[in-house]
Design a protein around this ligand. Structure first.
Ligand code: SAM
Length: 235
């Protein structure tokens, strides 16, 4: 899988993606990151990429012609099965289902905004999907891109040492993960639940499912509702 990132700050990448699981996956060429500097496509001597918003208001807007030229460049030597994504707080909120959809593509072209954002005609003209990483405003799309890429990469076959861990992770089957424990058995007066120490795998699974359901109900009533709809045990 390939990620092409249109950004004004290419030096941010790969950043945290070069560590741990994703870092090993880059080294093993299980995915690739290519950055395209939007500023390289400015037509002015001073390399300007933005201008004041029509209608007034604070901040600056990245110009559509500069963005279009950088996108045309990104499309050269591109995979057929690609998806264009603009990261914006006003987009559809990112979730596990969307990530599973995104990894079906050979290539994601990710556009990172800065300042007050980008000219909306660029989004309309190219039919770009708008994605938000949460209900808060970041200074730029780069950190959001790292979140999106990291979440995609761990679903690529061979990236995780043990793919079984994907089956019990949070958001699998609309549930959050059950609480986890390791050594020591007693810590600061707190004991590891007895059921986890007895080796009865059927009982452990039952306990974990129960804990997952309780946690989801408390933390994410929206997910719990979906779970109840789909599973009788959730009632
Ligand atoms: N004026 C914009 C608004 O109110 O929606 C916010 C612009 S923000 C300061 C600059 C850039 O950061 C955005 O264009 C976007 O690319 C990125 N960004 C900020 N928050 C984000 C979020 N929650 N999800 C994805 N991208 C975000």
């Amino acid at each position: 899988m390939k990620f092409k990132i249109l950004t004004l700050f290419p030096e941010i990448f790969p950043g945290p993606l070069s560590y741990s699981i994703s870092g090993k996956a880059i080294k093993r060429k299980l995915f690739k990151i290519e950055t395209i500097n939007i500023r390289d496509f400015s037509k002015t001597k001073s390399k300007t990429v933005d201008d004041k918003p029509f209608g007034g208001g604070a901040g600056m807007i990245i110009k559509p012609d500069v963005l279009q030229d950088s996108l045309e460049f990104a499309k050269e030597n591109s995979f057929k099965k690609k998806k264009l994504i603009f990261l914006t707080p006003s987009g559809k909120r990112l979730n596990s289902k969307l990530i599973h959809e995104f990894i079906k593509h050979e290539e994601l072209v990710i556009i990172c905004g800065r300042y007050e954002g980008i000219d909306n005609r660029f989004i309309e003209f190219n039919k770009i999907e708008e994605i938000s990483v949460g209900d808060y405003v970041l200074s730029g799309g780069e950190i959001a891109a790292i979140i999106l890429i990291d979440a995609c990469v761990r679903l690529i076959p061979e990236v995780l040492g043990n793919r079984n861990s994907l089956n019990s992770e949070s958001f699998c089957n609309d549930l959050l993960e059950y609480p986890q424990y390791t050594k020591p058995r007693e810590w600061n007066g707190l004991e590891v639940p007895d059921v986890l120490l007895k080796g009865n795998h059927k009982e452990i699974s039952k306990w974990r499912l129960k804990k997952s359901i309780i946690k989801t109900k408390n933390m994410r009533p929206d997910l719990y509702e979906d779970y109840v709809k789909k599973n009788k045990e959730g009632k």
